[in-house]
Design a binder for this molecule. Structure first.
Ligand code: EPZ
Length: 416
């Protein structure tokens, strides 16, 4: 199991290129199931989750060609309408094959995703929406069996805002008969990126970027070319790193119009930023000011940035309060940060952080994707050596993080 060995206390300086967004790439790859044409994708990040998704899609018969960040898909020879447990158990986003397979082929067999470290994360809204579109769905032996000759458009109101739920139903609706209205739709930029690809494939979608998507079904979709949107979570992660460790870095290939909530909080922390349309220069020459926040759906403060901002708060000059409203167990990083000398107490879904002068390096363990990133940030700010174990969690969502950080002066290396 790989580990990251970090000597903290080094200021960061230089340039970091931001990769394509994991949470846009995963649904976009599944859109390849919707057409017999070619999908020519670029800016696809090198991530473990992307490799897992390509393997899963390849097993259905989808033809996959990968060349660096370019991926070409062709769905003219799909034969296996299934996502087996051994694939789904490692990546919940596998559920995103359900809508496309059902919409194009009239049936699908997809393993129920297990829970995960950050919460139970059921898929009841995905199922409820597909049943509303006319699918017959049964659950047996841990599998979802879905059947429907032809989905029929209807109005769907999800009980809560769900990102992959919106994406599954949106993809299904593009090939349904008639009009589908998705109320309470997720507005995350990654949902919008998927919608733009679907329109390029010939789908008819109104209300893109709003919480009400109106889709007119079409008989079939054709191929398209698309560049995956830049990863706003990766970008904010590196901005938190420089906010905690100090320095002067410039992020390249990033989208600055989709991360207002994070940028506002980073300014409040004292990060000085110059912002272009696809780059951000960030300088930090003082101890961070603490910031309090509560996570909410886009465009509010993203839950995927909660742990990283908490890491900066642990060394801020004062107290702060963080409330997690999306997942029921997304404070797994708290105990690990306290091992580094942080002063964090939790009460239900709220954490109270008292900033300390200095964290001290220690062995810690990653528990989930964004928790791992927050431990790297804390280790960069800590004095001495930190060993982060189980960094396979990190590799799921970050493209060679240690390489990017070493290039800007961090003393960080991977040990097998
Ligand atoms: C997506 O997960 C992201 N993953 C997550 O990113 C992100 O944290 C999350 O959205 C929230 O923004 C991908 O896009 C691949 P949800 P998703 O459905 O779609 C409940 C990362 O770090 N819910 O929006 O699974 C659910 O339990 C990952 O990159 C139901 O109850 O999240 C949660 O409490 C982690 N029933 C809330 O809704 C359902 O059918 C939001 O979940 C669906 C969701």
């Amino acid at each position: 199991m790989d580990k990251l060995l970090i000597q903290g206390g080094k200021r960061l300086s230089g340039e970091i290129a931001i990769s394509g967004a994991k949470n846009a790439a995963l649904p976009i790859l599944c859109a390849g199931l919707l057409t017999a044409g070619d999908l020519e994708l670029s800016n696809v990040p090198h991530l473990h989750d992307v490799a897992t998704m390509l393997k899963l899609l390849g097993q259905t018969g989808l033809q996959v060609k990968q060349d660096g960040e370019r991926v070409t898909l062709n769905g003219s020879a799909i034969t296996r309408l299934e996502a087996p447990y051994e694939m789904v158990k490692t990546m919940r986003a596998s559920i995103l094959v359900l809508g496309p397979l059902l919409a194009r082929f009239g049936e699908a067999k997809v393993s129920l995703p297990g829970g995960c470290a950050i919460g139970s994360r059921p898929v009841d809204q995905h199922i409820k929406g597909l049943q509303a579109l006319g699918a017959e769905i049964s659950i047996e032996g841990g599998y979802i069996y879905a059947k429907c000759k032809k989905l029929k458009g209807t109005r769907i109101v999800t009980d809560m805002i769900t990102v992959t739920g919106t994406e599954n139903l949106l993809m299904a609706a593009t090939l349904a008969e008639g009009e589908t209205i998705l109320e309470n739709a997720a507005r995350e930029p990654e949902v919008t990126d998927l919608a733009h690809l679907l329109v390029a494939m010939g789908a008819k979608i109104e209300g893109i970027g709003t919480d009400r998507l109106v889709i007119q079904g079409v008989p079939e979709l054709h191929g398209a070319k698309h560049a995956v949107i830049s990863d706003r979570i990766e970008a904010a992660t590196f901005l938190c790193a420089v906010a905690a460790a100090g320095g002067d870095i410039t992020l390249r290939n990033t989208r600055t119009d989709i991360m207002d909530a994070a940028l506002d909080k980073l300014r409040e922390m004292g990060l000085e930023m110059t912002i272009g349309d696809n780059w951000i220069r960030a300088q930090m020459n003082r101890r961070p000011t603490p910031v309090s926040f509560r996570t909410t759906e886009y465009p509010g403060f993203p839950t995927d940035m909660q742990a990283q901002f908490m890491a900066v708060n642990t060394v801020a000059d004062g107290a702060s309060r963080v409330t997690e409203t999306i997942f029921e167990n997304r404070f797994m990083h708290v105990q690990e940060m306290n091992r580094l000398g942080a002063a964090i107490e939790t009460d239900g879904n709220t954490a109270f952080i008292k900033g300390v002068e200095q964290l001290i390096g220690a062995p810690v363990m990653a528990t989930d994707l964004r928790a791992s990133a927050s431990l790297v940030i804390a280790a960069l700010a800590a004095r001495g050596e930190t060993l982060v174990d189980r960094i396979y969690h990190l590799d799921r969502g970050y493209d060679r993080m240690e390489v990017k950080l070493s290039a800007v002066g961090a003393d960080i290396r991977r040990i097998k």
